[in-house]
Design a binder for this molecule. Sequence first.
Ligand code: PBG
Length: 325
Amino acid sequence: MFPAHRPRRLRTTAAMRRLVGETTVRPRQLVLPMFVKEGATQPVAISSMPGVFQHTRESLLKAAVEAVQAGVGGLMIFGVPAERDAVGSGATDPDGILNAALNDLRAELGDSTVLMSDCCLDEFTDHGHCGVLAVDGTVDNDATLEVYGEMAVAQATAGAHLVGPSGMMDGQIGFIRTALDEAGFLDTGILAYSAKYASALYGPFREAVDSQLKGDRKTYQQDPGNGREALREVALDLAEGADMVMVKPAGPYLDVVRSVKEISDVPVAAYQISGEYAMVEAAAANGWIDRERTVLETLTSIRRAGADVVLTYWAVEAAGWLDRE
Ligand code: PBG
């Protein structure tokens, strides 16, 4: 018997495929993560992330303007301080590199984009952990919350539209929400890194922020094998007032993106992280895969899984490709 149903009919021509395509990726849905390095006099290339730089304050502004002109939906800013200490003082200092850069960006860009800031201590501590340490060397959750509250207010003061707590401390969303409200920042939102896994794929990022970390983050970031636990984290963050929730990394956790999408009544973001970027760049540089097709396929898949917003180091380049469609 010949088949009665022929799904291939809907794939016969490019026009037909275009008509019935289910998933869209638009530049406005992409967020560009960017690094700014204190004291840098010229942009510093990150060897494990070809094409990504630790910016100077000036080059950050220029690249940010270009990204906005390319149509990306937002920018996520990370600071790389010149000096670090045990409590990450540079994070709460209004003149600290991240806050200074946010100030520059908000002055230049106003409300023409959505400015986001990494609200976490790991870039600023001399031990590289995402929080302050207790005397026994473990990360002190509740003492860290106090610092996150201050850091969020400093970032909101400097011009962030959304603060992005990425430290996986318990109660961080509620604590930051209260701190922002008490300081009068009722309209500053929280992009919660709700389900953040202890991933090997953060490797290149650690170079990007000159991370001082020895050891790992397994006492606060999630175990890669745990899916239901992500839903618990998301439910807590929603109850605490998250304006958006995020899954991170993206590509290897698309099942988590999908299940978070099913329970979330706020936009869901996914972060295509440094290692995801590095793997594709390395394979493409070897001629083993087609770079543009691979990048667009990964972004489409993250959107198909349910992400409303995708953080990706390819945001600007992908926006250019997508605009041609
Ligand atoms: C923590 C933070 C990390 C990333 C974003 N925020 C690193 C970590 O948890 O070790 C990783 C992003 C990437 O790998 O692209 N402030």
